[in-house]
Design a protein around this ligand. Structure first.
Ligand code: NDP
Ligand code: OXD
Length: 308
């Protein structure tokens, strides 16, 4: 029984060393050196193809090397293969840092100061107390919950929206599509931490922006497919939105002429909000392999019918 890794060669080397140290009985192979394909029962990848999966007749579990699984294209994965997303402390730490930074950047008018600095203008702005700026998080999963917990000490009123509406201490919760307008109507800063599914694609669109308080800011750290990019540009032009921090795009990397590069009201980063940490990822994955071999549920198991 062997494990196949398909991502960058450098990461394969690092993961291979840690994996072999922790689970020496299971050979670790790095794609494209698959060896005897019939041996492969477990695999970790960022993306896969139908051809590759069809060549692995005994594959039982496919681990995403990221928190999201949309990039795996679940329609290509045979129904009997269990899919597991990454839930590990390194990813959570990175996302908490980035979402906190982005919220504070919008709250403390950093887009205005960036422009003023470029113009050599000394232009102080009125400081709004945190208690007067409500922050809303879409998606109350592993990452959304951690972000809300990190934002609590700043004193922002907090709200959260998800399908089931799980409770979070000190956060006003909204559940399901019917509650989306009420949720949005109070968010001065909106953070998207949803998975990309058929239901959430394009959710950051003109209709949603119009429901936000005028002058709100948005932070997209989910997936590029959540955002309708031209709707963001229109909402910024009209003043309905005052700024955006964007970490993910529909097409990555951004083309040289993408309008977000030079937009004064957009802070753009290259899909770096968070990254899997090698040591903790391998430990979490091996814990899941052991659970699977013991017939127990794995952490982060994806419900294929929901797409996350
Ligand atoms: P989880 O699966 O733990 O949480 C997903 C949350 O979204 C759940 O609360 C779920 O609701 C909610 N949700 C899903 N569909 C809907 C819907 N239709 N309506 C309302 N709520 C919905 O995911 P994580 O927190 O681990 O990760 C979230 C996403 O963050 C990833 O899928 C990935 O796209 C992105 N990401 C981006 C990174 C970056 O660097 N930019 C890094 C890591 C992740 P419920 O609780 O009811 O099930
Ligand atoms: C992830 C990501 O999903 O890095 O983990 O985007």
């Amino acid at each position: 029984m062997a494990f196949l890794f398909k991502s960058s060669a450098e990461r394969g080397r690092v993961w291979g060393e840690a994996f072999t140290r922790l689970l020496p009985d299971m050979p670790f192979r790095t794609w494209p050196d698959v060896g005897d394909a019939g041996d492969i029962h477990y695999m970790a990848a960022w993306t896969v193809t139908r051809d590759l999966l069809e060549g692995l007749p005994n594959l039982e579990v496919l681990f995403s090397v990221g928190a999201g699984v949309d990039q795996l294209d679940l329609s290509q994965v045979p129904a009997h293969v269990q899919v597991v997303r990454m839930m590990e402390p390194g990813l959570t730490d990175g996302m908490v840092q980035y979402a906190t930074f982005a919220t504070l950047a919008l709250h403390r008018d950093m887009l205005d100061y960036r422009t003023a600095q470029a113009d050599h203008r000394w232009a102080p702005r009125h400081l709004l107390p945190a208690a007067q700026r409500c922050v809303g998080v879409m998606g109350l999963g592993n990452l959304g919950m951690a972000v809300l917990n990190a934002l609590r000490p700043f004193g922002f009123p907090l709200r959260g929206w998800s399908r089931s509406g799980s409770a979070v201490n000190g956060v006003e919760i909204f559940a399901g599509a019917d509650a989306l307008p009420a949720f949005l109507s109070g968010c001065d800063v909106l953070i998207c931490l949803l998975p990309l599914t058929g239901e959430t694609r394009g959710i950051l669109c003109r209709k949603s922006f119009d429901l936000l308080p005028r002058g709100a800011g948005i932070i997209n750290v989910g997936r590029g497919g959540h955002l309708v990019e031209h709707d963001l540009l229109s909402a910024l032009d009209s003043g309905q939105l005052s700024g955006a921090v964007i970490d993910v795009l529909n097409t990555e990397p951004a083309a040289a002429d993408h309008p977000f590069w030079s937009h004064p009201r957009i802070l753009l980063t290259p899909h770096v909000a968070s990254q899997t940490r090698d040591d903790s990822s391998v430990e979490v994955m091996i814990g899941n392999i052991r659970r699977h071999q013991a017939g127990q549920p794995m952490q982060g198991q994806v419900d294929r019918s929901r797409g996350y």
